[in-house]
Design a protein around this ligand. Structure first.
Ligand code: FAD
Length: 505
């Protein structure tokens, strides 16, 4: 497995072994933890500025969401400019619009400077409202966009065979192959003298005098600054209460009639569907995504694929489903990402809460964090401050999300099914079962082998839930995920689920 789920994503073929180092050489200027777009972009940028960097990755480069993304490059975000203006004011929203432009420019410069062949294409986007409610939302979006100088052009036709009530074109968007991109950047990072260590998990950090000491699965690393590019930082901090984990589903189809849309596309349903085309080994594929839900909150994750497939089949002349996979993202409570200093630390930085825009925000993080490390300031540091508390922008959502987290704690105790014996778990099924006052995560392979784990997530003691689509145990509170063997797949947990000797129960 070289991604954090059992299903193969469209990009996975390209996850090849990066020529990683084996030795950890003690002390570095900056240690970057996490080998997705955020970590690689930041390591590359810092190393090129003359800073000695080490990047460590618990598995392999591209193991996390960057290996399960759909890699649209947008200069508009899931939080619309209209929403941003109402929550953060016009000048902050203009800065937000500039951040998207800047992220796009960084990606282009990285590709050009390093001659990375990663299928970069400029594309227009088509945004289409499917009913009157969505039409109203689109009109609000257009007003907000105009105020921040973001171009949306009303159109009468789209290249999508989906009936709409109103549609706009947004020129100057893009798409690329995310793994080819970060592989290229990784190589340039290594060529500039950087160090990458794969299969190296960071288990803890402590700030001691002017150095941060990291305990990793492959030894101790010391660094003057640390960047948690782990999509969500480990430990328990306010960021675990201001971000909620969500799953999103993606599928890649061939079409019988060959009518692949030129533009990237989005409807305005909640959650929205997103579309684009990518050619892999000479074969065009329509990628469609959607059916998002809070992690651990869908009873049957396999059904999310069926719903997405049925929806796409309704409009497109689908021939074959070539790929289907799901992945995780984080919703920030007030709609903007958290990029900057990890709350409560001196020299530890992070980037999280990217929603479905992590190609852009992960890239932007490389600039914000590098600027903070190299010069102590960034023009974006206030807007994206991880320690911000904005009572107007975030309070309602904060309360809502935290009621959900708190009720997850409570519900989990009730949710645990009270069954008397393991025989009630069918082959190929995973379930949390109550046995003799304790809760266990039980997975029965189709040949009958039973995997038994304690079902309590080591991160914040919530009860994990079964994800049948990716064969993983997912924590509904903060999004940690574990394989059937209990091994941690997704942060924030750095510990595995406890394995239980079957004879003990
Ligand atoms: C289905 C889907 C589609 C999406 N589509 C788009 C899109 O079209 N456009 C867009 O802009 N965004 C999109 N996003 C969002 C975007 O993909 C993510 O925000 C982005 O990939 C996050 O990158 P990252 O580097 O921050 O995290 P990741 O890619 O998750 O990388 C984090 C890495 O840290 C490692 N790690 C974690 N803990 C530790 C530890 N303790 N020690 C060492 N290593 C550790 C992990 O193994 C992982 O490899 C999508 C998200 C989803 C789920």
């Amino acid at each position: 497995m070289n991604r954090d789920g059992v299903r193969k994503s469209l990009w996975q073929e390209e996850i090849k072994n990066i020529p990683a180092s084996i030795n950890i050489n003690g002390t570095y200027d900056v240690a970057i933890i996490g080998g997705g777009i955020t970590g690689i972009s930041t390591a590359y940028r810092l190393q090129r500025s003359g800073v000695e960097c080490i990047l460590i990755e618990a598995f392999n480069i591209g193991f996390g969401t960057t290996g399960g993304t759909t890699a649209h490059l947008n200069n508009f975000y899931d939080t619309t400019y209209a929403e941003a203006i109402s929550k953060f004011g016009l000048s902050n929203s203009k800065l937000l619009a500039r951040s998207a432009k800047e992220a796009m420019e960084i990606i282009e410069a990285n590709i050009n400077d390093n001659r990375i062949d990663c299928d970069l294409l400029e594309r227009s986007a088509h945004l289409f409202a499917l009913d009157d409610q969505q039409k109203k939302k689109l009109e609000e979006m257009m007003e907000g966009s105009e105020k921040v100088g973001h171009v949306m052009i009303p159109i009468e036709e789209t290249s999508y065979p989906i009936p709409f009530t109103k549609a706009v074109e947004i020129p100057g968007q893009g798409q690329f192959h995310p793994i080819k991109y970060i592989s290229g950047l990784s190589r340039s990072f290594l060529n500039s003298g950087g160090t990458i260590v794969e299969n190296c998990r960071c288990n803890s950090h402590s700030e001691e005098d002017d150095l941060i000491v990291l305990k990793t699965s492959r030894g101790v690393i010391k660094a003057k600054s640390v960047v948690y590019a782990t999509h969500i930082p480990p430990g328990i901090s306010r960021l675990h209460f201001t971000n909620s984990p969500y799953r999103s589903y993606a599928m890649a189809f061939t079409l019988r009639n060959g009518r692949y849309p030129e533009e990237v596309g989005y409807d305005l349903t909640d959650p929205y569907h997103y579309y684009r085309v990518h050619e892999i080994n000479g074969e065009k594929l329509l990628i469609a995504g959607g059916e998002d839900h809070k992690t651990g909150h869908a009873d049957d994750t396999g059904e999310c694929f069926s719903m997405l497939e049925n929806y796409v089949r309704e409009y497109f002349d689908v021939d074959l489903v070539k790929y289907s996979w799901s992945s995780q993202y984080y919703e920030p409570v007030d709609g903007l990402p958290y990029i900057g200093k990890l709350p409560g630390t001196k020299n530890i930085f992070t980037g999280t809460g990217f929603r479905g825009n992590g190609m852009m925000f992960g890239t932007l993080s490389s600039k914000v964090i590098s600027d903070l490390i190299l010069s102590g300031s960034s023009e974006y540091e206030r807007l994206f401050d991880p320690s911000r508390v904005d009572p107007i922008a975030g309070l309602t959502e904060f309360v809502k999300e935290n009621i959900s987290v708190v009720s997850d704690f409570i519900k989990d105790k009730l949710f645990v099914e009270k069954i008397a014996s393991l025989s009630e778990v069918s082959d190929g099924e995973g379930r949390v079962v109550k046995y003799d006052g304790e809760s266990y995560a039980v997975y029965k392979e189709s040949k009958g082998r039973v995997h038994l784990l304690k079902s309590t997530c080591p991160h914040a003691k919530c009860e994990v839930r079964w994800n049948g689509a990716e064969l993983s145990w997912d924590c509904p509170c903060h999004g940690s995920r574990f394989g059937i063997d209990g091994k941690v797949l997704t942060a924030p947990s750095v510990k595995d689920l406890i394995k239980v000797n079957e004879k003990n129960i």
